[in-house]
Design a protein around this ligand. Structure first.
Ligand code: SF4
Length: 456
């Protein structure tokens, strides 16, 4: 890989992470509850499986780097009354979906889903299981914050049938943790991880974050050595997206404490070297997994997919999402719930679907989404088979994109063969930039309003 700072400076610009295409800034309010209800009713015959997502927005404290839709509170009654509204929303949506459709994946995100007390974890899981047909062997996962967590939370998750946990570790260095207001000593992480393993969870992911204040090569090398020694099944390593104009809480982080562009690249290189040397396989843009992990198998068999939850093996599922700000997705539609808790409550209590905005995608969107997904997941595009599937002449349809890729080829990011576009090892660092050449919305953008974080 070529980690030259010249390349980094050239390609470090704002761009989407492509967890959807078109990306969320292009969802609009002409798509609302009526359209979503229609879609739920008419898409039944597709016989597609379901991936359920539940958003629990509450967190005990605010991490200054947070980019999520969350509410920091110590008042647990907010969570119990939120559950009441969530159950109403689940009732309403489940009533529109054929009970024959199987749930292959269930994921709780946030916020902090483990803000819920153990009994409420059971109550929410049981409610979903009573309303939906959760398949045998379904992938059932939950994001966790190690702070404020008890063994009883982990037992409640395991007994409910959860089989995957994702632990927010980020960085083990004390100074970094204090600077981002997320103090979780190494001993605490070890204790929680021990409970998770003792309770027999088959898959555990650690989230790490690069680009946090005061991170240095030395400090992060130590974090990496310690987390590798714990041996989780997967790592998701995210670049901190500093977008204080979108996320006001990030103003609490002093710009001058952030590692600069070259330091971030060095941190990325270090992470890649250490995790692959420890036997983890690099997947897509930011994931690492053991060689026998399903994500690795999916990458090899070209069945890996990318959606709002990141990389997934569940390509042919509709995502049905519940809770404030949650985004649902069918093959043709994206639909997002309102982001303000009081509005969410009012709409659901009034018997409405709480959809704020969405998008019905065009055939061209679908075609470009597939091109972007294949680049982000397979790291290559087979021109002939893509052209045949979508009934286009690849070279003429994507003439613009191919022209932009010429420059990237000269920089060593891609190889352009007669039959293929292939991302090189160096290109993997700039995967978002490569995907951007297939995005027709970026070129239509009429204003220069900042919409995205930096690509690298
Ligand atoms: S725990 Fe997660 S969602 Fe909550 S404030 Fe921290 S980063 Fe944000």
């Amino acid at each position: 890989m070529n980690f030259s700072s010249e390349l980094l400076h050239k390609y470090c610009k704002a761009g989407p992470r492509y967890t959807s295409y078109p990306t969320a800034p292009y969802f609009n309010e002409s798509f609302g509850p009526v359209q979503w209800q229609e879609e739920l009713q008419t898409s039944q015959d597709k016989n597609r499986d379901i991936s359920l997502y539940v958003h629990i927005p509450f967190c005990d404290t605010l991490c200054y780097y947070c980019g999520c839709n969350m509410i920091a509170t110590k008042d647990y009654s907010k969570a119990t009354s939120y559950l009441d509204v969530l159950f109403l929303e689940i009732d309403r949506v489940a009533g529109l979906i054929s009970p024959a459709r199987k749930v292959r994946q269930l994921h709780w995100g946030g916020g902090t889903p483990t803000f819920l007390k153990p009994n409420d974890i059971r109550r929410l899981y049981n409610y979903l299981a009573a309303k939906f047909n959760i398949a045998e062997g379904a992938e059932i996962g939950c994001e966790m914050d190690p702070r404020e967590l008890t063994r009883a939370h982990i037992i409640a998750l395991r007994e409910s049938g959860f089989n995957r946990l994702s632990l927010g570790v980020q960085d083990l260095d004390d100074k970094v943790q204090v600077a981002v207001n997320r103090v979780q000593p190494e001993a605490l992480i070890r204790e929680v991880y021990g409970w998770i393993r003792e309770e027999g969870f088959p898959s555990v992911n650690f989230d790490l974050m690069i680009g946090l204040p005061y991170q240095t090569l030395e400090s992060f090398a130590l974090t990496l050595d310690k987390v590798i020694a714990m041996a989780p099944d997967r790592f998701a390593v995210f670049n901190y997206a500093h977008v204080p104009w979108m996320k006001k809480n990030q103003n609490l982080i002093k710009e001058e404490t952030l590692p600069q562009i070259d330091a971030r690249l060095a941190l990325q290189k270090l992470t890649l070297e250490k995790l692959t040397a420890a036997g983890y396989v690099y997947i897509g843009m930011d994931h690492f997994a053991r060689p026998d992990d399903e994500l690795v198998k999916a990458q090899r068999s070209k069945t890996l997919y990318r959606n709002f939850q990141g990389y997934t093996t569940h390509k042919d599922c509709d995502i049905i999402a519940f809770g404030v700000s949650a985004i649902s997705q069918t093959d043709d539609v994206y639909a997002q719930n309102v982001k303000v808790l009081s509005q969410y409550r009012n709409l659901v209590e009034a018997g409405q679907l709480p959809i704020e905005r969405g998008l019905r995608i065009t055939p061209e969107d679908k075609l470009r989404r597939e091109a972007i997904t294949r680049i982000m997941c397979d790291l290559e595009l087979d021109k002939a088979s893509f052209g045949k599937t979508w009934n286009i002449d690849f070279d003429s349809y994507f003439a613009d994109a191919l022209e932009q890729l010429q420059d990237m080829q000269a920089d060593g990011l891609v190889e352009l063969a007669a039959d293929k576009v292939r991302v090189t090892d160096t290109g993997r660092i700039f995967l978002r930039n490569i995907a951007m050449v297939f995005d027709s919305y970026l070129h239509q953008q009429a204003d220069d309003k900042p919409r995205y974080s930096r690509t690298v």
